[in-house]
Design a protein around this ligand. Structure first.
Ligand code: ADP
Length: 471
């Protein structure tokens, strides 16, 4: 089961605040403990040092001067602040001890060793935690003759530490609580626009593609997501509109020749005919059938290209040879209107292309030039090398001196089934797929098409293709 983003965010943020609270509390606790220990060590060291001043060693005996130090309250009375002092010989036998020890022998609380000195020793005896500092006593001759022990119990510091420990636990619990509250608040804030977007997107279907997401958010990510989704809906809406237009165009374009076919068949069957009449009728039917097949072939070609299912069999083609080879075929298309076709091709220009597609692309353009130009008007095919932004390119230009295309229609003539109004009404024989196919073939070959036209003067269509060089 998928875990919701909201839950995940809450878990992550609570985990993070817990982790941070634990780390901070532990560091405070450990630093505090260390500081207290250092402070105690320093105090006991000073005490031991002060008392070592009261001790002399003479004639093999330890002599202790009595002074005010022995009478200070912390050495006299037993309390949490008491400092216990003992002066011992080298075997840890007491020579003198502070009054607050009474009958107790400080040495029994600790496991003392002659080598242990200048450090704190911990001991837990009589349920009290003691710490002790040992300072060796050394005569001027260098002989060690005893020790000063200074000790205290850690009851007070333990109280501080346990207060701090309890405070840390409270801090951690509060951090989890505060983190949880903040996490819920933030998770809601973050996911609210996402949920709004999701509910709009979930309710969308083909009939409501005109809807747009209008979630207001200050966050750049949400704004970008909203913008991208709205752009996606716009593209989908445009595509659906194009598909609808395409299907209605297809139906319309197929209906006309099929209606003609049916009419001709009905007329043919209405009475007995001579064999010659049947031959003429059948050739009319054949022509219409070829027209229907051409429409279907063109549509299939575009559909395959759209689905990336079109095989492009690329091969190196020398354009001068190619034009020489097919010029005669192209001339046939111009012959009916007695239009001369000229081919000007620079030598040595080669492209890598699918022969059949290249042929069809040029034929489409020559056929347009012928269709939309008057009888006897010249059609010029020229192939030249040009330097484009992407390096060397080949330009294949087909120019005519026909009626041209009105500027309002220029941007639309590459749309599928688009025909300039005049050509629809006059039925030029085209169905408005030629330029779409030309553009599709050029793009499949890494090229592009441009069109310039002056109404009344003529049209030039230029196909740009990448040139290949002999190795
Ligand atoms: P069609 O099969 O109708 O010629 P195209 O896609 O080749 O379809 O062309 C679309 C429309 O562009 C044509 O119907 C025509 O109106 C216009 N057109 C294309 N080429 C020319 C041209 N050389 N001269 C004038 N108009 C042209």
């Amino acid at each position: 089961m998928a875990v919701s983003l909201r839950t995940r965010l809450v878990v992550i943020m609570v985990g993070l605040s817990l982790g941070m609270a634990v780390v901070i509390s532990l560091s405070v606790l450990l630093s505090f403990r260390h500081l207290i220990k250092q402070h105690l060590l320093e105090e006991l060291r000073e005490e031991a040092s002060d008392f070592s001043e009261l001790v002399d060693f003479s004639g093999g005996k330890i002599l202790i001067r009595q002074g005010a130090d022995w009478l200070e309250p912390e050495h006299k009375y037993d309390s949490d602040h008491a400092r216990y002092m003992v002066i011992t010989d080298t075997l840890f036998n007491t020579v003198q001890k502070s009054a607050n020890l009474g009958d107790r022998e400080l040495q029994y609380y600790f496991d003392l060793h002659p080598e242990d000195h200048s450090r704190l020793i911990d001991s837990k005896a009589d349920s009290i935690h003691f710490v002790c500092f040992i300072r060796p006593l050394t005569a001027s001759s260098g002989v060690r003759y005893g020790y000063v022990l200074s000790a205290t119990n850690t009851a007070q510091t333990s109280t501080y530490i346990s207060i701090l420990e309890r405070t840390s636990v409270i801090v951690v619990v509060m951090a989890i609580f505060a983190g949880g509250l903040m996490a819920v608040f933030l998770a809601r804030r973050i996911t609210r626009p996402l949920m709004a977007i999701e509910s709009i997107a979930a309710g969308m279907d083909l009939s409501s593609l005109d809807q747009r997401i209008t979630v207001k958010s200050k966050e750049a990510e949400i704004k970008n997501l909203t913008k991208s989704l709205n752009q996606l809906f716009e593209r989908l809406q445009r595509s659906v509109r194009q598909i609808n237009e395409f299907s209605s165009n297809v139906s319309h374009e197929l209906r006309t020749p099929l209606t003609i076919l049916r009419g001709n068949i009905e007329v043919g069957l209405s009475r007995d005919r001579t064999p010659d009449e049947y031959v003429s009728l059948l050739s009319d039917l054949l022509e219409e059938t070829m027209h229907v097949i051409k429409i279907i072939d063109d549509m299939l070609l575009l559909a395959r290209a759209d689905n990336r299912a079109l095989m492009v069999k690329r091969e190196p083609i020398d354009l001068a040879q190619f034009c020489m080879e097919f010029k005669k075929d192209w001339e046939i298309f111009c012959a009916a209107k007695k239009q001369p076709l000229t081919c000007t091709v620079s030598e040595g220009i080669r492209v890598e292309a699918d022969r059949t597609m290249l042929y069809q692309m040029i034929l489409n353009l020559i056929s347009n030039a012928s269709k939309y130009s008057p009888d006897g008007s010249e059609i010029e095919v020229s192939v030249l090398r040009t330097r484009s932004e992407t390096g060397h390119s080949v330009e294949i230009r087909i120019a005519d001196h026909g009626r041209g295309i009105p500027s309002d229609d220029l941007a639309k003539v590459f749309d599928r089934f688009y025909r300039v109004d005049k050509d629809r009404s006059q039925d030029s024989g085209g169905i408005g797929l030629g330029l779409s196919i030309t553009k599709m073939i050029a793009e499949l070959h890494g090229g592009q098409v441009s069109l310039e036209s002056m109404p009344g003067k003529g049209t030039t269509v230029t196909v740009f293709l990448p040139e290949i060089f002999a190795r």
